[in-house]
Write a protein that binds this ligand. Sequence first.
Ligand code: DLL
Length: 432
Amino acid sequence: MIWNEPKECMSQDEMRHLQNIRLKSTARRVFHNVPFYRKKMQELGIEPDDIKDIGDIGKLPFTTKQDLRDNYPFGLAAMPRSEFVRVHASSGTTGKPTSIPHSRKDLDMFAECVARALCCAGATRNDVVQVSYGYGLFTGGLGLHDGATRLGATVIPASGGNTRNQLTLLQDFGSTVLACTPSYALYISEALADAGIDASKLPLRIGVFGAEPWSAEMRAKIEDGLQIQAFDIYGLSEVMGPGMSNSCEAKDGLHIAEDHFYPEILDPDTLKPLPDGEMGELVFTHLTKEAMPLLRYRTRDLSSLSRGGCVCGRTNVRMSKVKGRSDDMLIIRGVNVFPSQIESVLLEIPEAKPHYMIVVDREGALDTLEVQVEIDERHFSDEMAQIGALRGRIKHALDSALRVGTKVTLVEHRTIQRSEGKAKRVIDRRKI
Ligand code: DLL
């Protein structure tokens, strides 16, 4: 089923037409209502009338997370505070947090996009959706909650954590859809096995996982562990939250709700647009947001776009699975390394569990990259020779995939901390 066929299956020309109208209106609104944008546009020598269609988007200024921090909490709002019906915020591990206000219409659009996303994953009003993303300022919990409610499904507002209780809810309420981070889904599948619960006997059938990068290999592991079909849901709180895009039955990229968020892929260094199919930084411009519309928000997420029909029938542009963030990229002795590459290699090794930690350090002038990997209990041996051979095999696979020398440390089952939300997989000691 397609939630909003008129919008999700529009011809490219019709979509272009809609985007042209909406971009012009957004440019006009921010120019008149947000001093920050008026100033930026004046500095660039442009006026709202210079924006005639989407082709003019390159004339508009960029927005960065730093701009949001500098204008914390509501300096970029295009409406008075009395029009906000909810405010979300990002945790702000580095410096000040960012806050994102929503009007009633914005929350309506949010619920609509998440309903589309759930439908894209195959959920219907007959499903029982267990929302195990954290509730609160983070957009995962409330975002999925409102979207599943809009879909007409039965919502179980579990929130993250208390894993034993998650298992009870899965069993007692017969949840058919699980929404959480992929790392938490993995943890739940492990906890089910530990509790002797056969996942194939549960009614659970669909997973809607996102909020962090995860590889195709990880998806296969989760699908196997939970005996479900797993889908990718993407979004960021500054622009909206989950549901900006979602993968469909083709599992070949994520359809973007491009009637609300106009995507561009730019070279992160030159900020010049890249052709479809090329990997670069994803940048979004709001087309309908009321409370705080953003122009060309730089996500730092690396992805590529592809257009053209999809087996699911949707025509909305697709973004590839996010490879990582440009600021997650590790530069090890001059070589670019993404944590997602390490994950893909490890999951190809049958003895390795999908739990790992990457530790970057510096010895003298030289960067070191250590990968700690959990080994399946059945393969943990007292024989030094066997352990040595396994370590050697993993190191060889990593070194040749990454083109940089690694140190591999094998650790016992359950040594690496499990995550109930976004997983932290990199410790970079060079910065300390
Ligand atoms: O993580 C919103 C969300 C909640 C998305 C639940 C999906 C599910 P933030 O906390 O602002 O918002 O973090 C946004 O998380 O820029 C990406 O780097 C990353 N991210 C989100 N979804 C995915 C995904 C939420 N499916 C940041 N794959 C984004 C890879 C993702 N990375």
